[in-house]
Design a protein around this ligand. Sequence first.
Ligand SMILES: Nc1nc2c(ncn2[C@@H]2O[C@H](COP(=O)(O)OP(=O)(O)OP(=O)(O)O)[C@@H](O)[C@H]2O)c(=O)[nH]1
Ligand SMILES: [Mg+2]
Length: 717
Amino acid sequence: LRLTPTIALIGNPNTGKSTLFNALTGLNQRVGNYPGVTVERHAGTALLDGRRVTVLDLPGTYSLAAHAPDELIAVDVLLGRVEGERPVDLVVAILDAATLERNLYLLSQLTELPISIVVALNMVDVAEAARLKIDVAALERRLGLPVVPIRADRRWGIDALGRAIHSALDHPNGDGRPRPRFEEAMEREVRDLRAYLEAKCGRPVGLTEAFRTLVDRGGAAERRFEGLIRDGFSERLEGARRAATGGPAPAAVEAMTRYAWIRERLDGCVQRPAEPVRTASDRIDAVLTHRLWGTLVLLAVLVVVFQSIYRWALPLMDGIDAGFAALAGAVGPWIPEGAGRSFVVDGLIGGVGAVIIFLPQILILFLFISILEDCGYMARAAFLMDKLFAKVGLSGRSMIPLMSSFACAIPGIMAARTIAHPRQRLATILISPLMSCSARLPVYVILIGAFVPATTVAGGWVGLQGLVLLGMHLVGALTAIGVMAVLRRTILRGAPAPFMLELPPYQWPQPRTVAMRLWTRARSFLTRAGTIILVVTTVVWALLYFPRPEAIHRAYELRRAAEPSRAAELEREEAGAYVRQSYLARMGRAIEPVFGPLGWDWKIGMGALASFPAREVIVSTLGTIYNLGGAGDPESPDLAGALRAERRADGTPAYSIAVALSVMVFFALCAQCGATLAVIKRETNSWLWPAATFAYMTGLAYVAATGVFQVARAIGL
Ligand SMILES: Nc1nc2c(ncn2[C@@H]2O[C@H](COP(=O)(O)OP(=O)(O)OP(=O)(O)O)[C@@H](O)[C@H]2O)c(=O)[nH]1
Ligand SMILES: [Mg+2]
């Protein structure tokens, strides 16, 4: 029996590992044009030159001296340190041909492992554009390794790569290939340290593991052995470090030795243009990363995005809305009158359906996000933001997780794995949920649609509604900056990590990448609607529908008999009477004083409470309330119309712009997402941090919403 060999894709961030993984396996791992897209290990199967292999896609890393949690995942797989897993049989080292010198740093470390290597020279088109000429045959000889030029995004060269992998599996090249040589003292100390570690731990220790222990002061390897050995380990290690270099830091010696080796390898293999080429990317960057022009462009991009969400989505929404109304009309009569029909029509179609209407908006937002990511703009925006926000202690590494959180906090929080500094990472995780995610969109859109006039500003170019939508997204971001300023004085004291964000080349967005993003988003949105939102909405519906006292029914029967001409009106009144005495209304009125300062009545209050598992539930709750209560405006039967038509007992409008703003600010800042809290628990491995996030965000939301309502009311909104 022959086991399926395992091959691992290893390389610097953003070199096309996931693109290659997809090309090899036919799977759809997420790719994106910025470093740090993959933060987990993903496995797939591929048929290479007729041979089945298991392929691992891994997070990118610049060096085996890893610090950040995502890099450690890659290094642990490589060094065979993953519990219950066979070590990999072969490494495919993916090098970005355009930045070969820097990419060879990791390869120089890989050559020291006893594993076969095949080099995939990716992005040959980018290298060509920069007029770099790489002599592949010469490079192959110099490295003593098979080198296959490929273009992963076009699937060009994949077959040749498959053949090279197949043959390297049959003829391992782990021994005797060229590798950097360190000073004799250093090599000796590494060997001795390895023997010492093996004796102390009673297990084999790789040369690379010993090397990392020696060189990386305070690194992962040192910490692991420290925990295993304790007695005298630190002194032994310090002694080895001194003896290894006789003065200079081992890390500096490593870097010098490796770069010298790299220059030797590349000498004569790569022809550079006499004058450095100023590529289109450089020219665009001169504008887009400029402090003033870049910021203006970013603002313009944001305005366009939020305008479009409004302009394009409305017709689509109306269509879906009409579709659901028709569905309710068609299905209703087939179900016997009573709880069953009400559940289907008011709870499912009127409640969950009210959330699903927002699929177009969310997809439009994602269309923009994925285009901006894939063309390379997102990394520039992160770079620009970093310059502005470095002052509050947010480092460049935090910007990508924070910007991803505008789509959804969950991948954003996971992207914080790219941050090496533990407290910096924690701070990023704590503020990520403040970024306005796509689940807040339905709340904003309904309230803005109902209460913000559809006028334009700036000479008719910019719609007020889109502008308010943009404003709501800024509320969260600005609050995050404030929270960060506080964290900096507490848990983050003295931390700022050095900034290192690579700017990827610009490219045309890949239709496949964009389509995949939209598809995965649509799927997860509909899954949410069909699971957690459905469950909570069902509970809300039941609390609203019951009890059904016979007395109400009898009273209205008598009135209908007395005034047959008002039958329809009385029907609606009766529905309202049921809702007013429902369990939900009683609970809502009991806690109404809590929401008084925010300007909310019991309906919004209960809606907000029901939304703690998932924030979209406010929409389904209000939808169910207005469907069941028979309220609403016959002229505009949608939810926004119902909100506008809602009256207090004295006949005045129940909601105003002040109430709408207070609700929106509350939803912008509150931690209403069970899934996010669960991910924070998983990523921090402690219940403390999800609890802290929940407490601070909810408190902040309550205070801010109260403030906004009181001020807005005072100025007469
Ligand atoms: N021009 C060009 N672009 C490529 C090529 N291969 C991949 N790309 C693009 O490079 C970008 C990064 O690709 P990914 O596959 O996400 O890179 P990765 O190495 O998995 O990145 P991380 O997971 O962040 O480490 C994407 O925009 C790809 O479309 C190539 O051969 N040429
Ligand atoms: Mg990747």
